[in-house]
Ligand binder design. Structure first.
Ligand SMILES: NC(=O)c1ccc[n+]([C@@H]2O[C@H](COP(=O)([O-])OP(=O)(O)OC[C@H]3O[C@@H](n4cnc5c(N)ncnc54)[C@H](OP(=O)(O)O)[C@@H]3O)[C@@H](O)[C@H]2O)c1
Length: 306
């Protein structure tokens, strides 16, 4: 983003956790004049808006009701937004056993929430000429697997559009036990490939995937089985393997504001780390820089945009 005044930002999943703190940190920047809080629940959004106004002393927050797991709701939310969005932060996400269920669009909830709704949102803004310079997608270290959390690394036979589509509609797990951790990593992997595809199509804009890293103080562990919940909330912070909410949120804010980050790249913690400085993941995940895989991800996704 430039230093010009009067910029508008939109953050999905802005009523709690990282998304809410991204909204807070963006509001502290004088060039930001409007922040849309895209949330699925009016009461939670209203509470968050009041807290953000009190914390930042700025009354620049507008609620947009949007369930990103529902394409119809995304489009209705899009229609309710006035003007252009200079900075789009696609933060809403879910993980957990319930996220394997299918939505009315025939997509797993984990894919719909983390990726598909954001595709409809971003591409809707692009089609209407209302997307400004930068879009940031919340990635995850799960893209490369996290052995410490027993999260398997997503791996594919051919990474064809047909194969990636099986992730999106859940048929990947038709003949095996559903693994919600793997499905989460797969969704973030396909999302990062899609962002890299967009970066090639629109060289004048910046499409950055950023993982907040292992971040405490969010609601994310609440849908996880008890042992994982305990590990995420207590064990990992005690072992220094997680950082605080403002640190994780700042990574996404850096995605918006740091012009040295390369469009199309995915930034996350260094190899075998879950916190600390961010590095470009293509250094050790060359698949992410493969244009054929990026095209395949884009094609697979668009089979489900109805
Ligand atoms: N925390 C971490 O360690 C970590 C690590 C890597 C990546 N991430 C990613 O960072 C992002 C934020 O995670 P978080 O830890 O802040 O989680 P969180 O506290 O659970 O926040 C998730 C936000 O997304 C919203 N959301 C969920 N489903 C939605 C839907 N269908 N429509 C609209 N909003 C929806 C939630 O709203 P409700 O209150 O309505 O549920 C909530 O505001 C996610 O994409 C996550 O995958 C987090």
């Amino acid at each position: 983003m430039t230093d010009a005044k009067g910029k508008a930002a939109l953050v999905t999943g802005a009523n709690s956790g990282i998304g809410k703190d991204v909204a807070r940190q963006l509001a502290l920047r004088p060039e930001i004049a409007r922040i849309y809080l895209a949330c699925r629940n009016q009461d939670r959004a209203t509470t968050a808006k009041a807290e953000l106004e009190a914390e930042t002393g700025r009354r620049i927050f507008d609620i947009v009701l949007m369930d990103v797991a529902d394409l119809g709701s995304v489009r209705a939310g899009l229609a309710a937004i006035d003007g252009s969005i200079d900075a789009l932060v696609m933060n809403a996400g879910v993980i957990g056993p319930q996220s394997m269920a299918l939505t009315t669009d025939g997509v797993t909830n984990v894919f719909a929430t983390n990726v598909l709704g954001h595709v409809a949102l971003l591409e809707g803004l692009l089609a209407e000429g209302r997307l400004g310079k930068v879009a940031v997608f919340a990635g995850s270290e799960a893209v490369r697997g996290v052995p410490r959390l027993r999260m398997k690394r997503p791996s594919f036979v051919s990474t064809s559009a047909d194969e990636l589509a099986t992730v999106i509609d859940g048929s990947y797990f038709a003949n095996r036990k559903p693994d919600f951790n793997l499905a989460f990593g797969q969704a973030k992997y396909i999302g990062a490939l899609w962002m890299a595809y967009l970066a090639r199509q629109y060289p004048g804009r910046r499409f950055i995937t950023v993982s907040p890293g292992n971040t405490t103080g969010t609601q994310a562990p609440s849908d996880l089985p008890l042992p994982m919940r305990v590990a995420a909330k207590y064990v990992m912070p005690a072992l220094g393997l997680a950082h605080k909410l403002d640190v994780g949120a700042k990574r996404l804010v850096d995605g918006v504001t740091d012009p040295t980050l390369s469009s199309g790249a995915f930034y996350a913690s260094a190899a075998n780390k879950l916190n600390g400085p961010m590095v470009n993941q293509a250094d050790f995940l060359p698949d992410l820089a493969n244009p054929t895989f990026q095209d395949n991800a884009n094609e697979a996704i668009h089979r489900f945009i109805t």
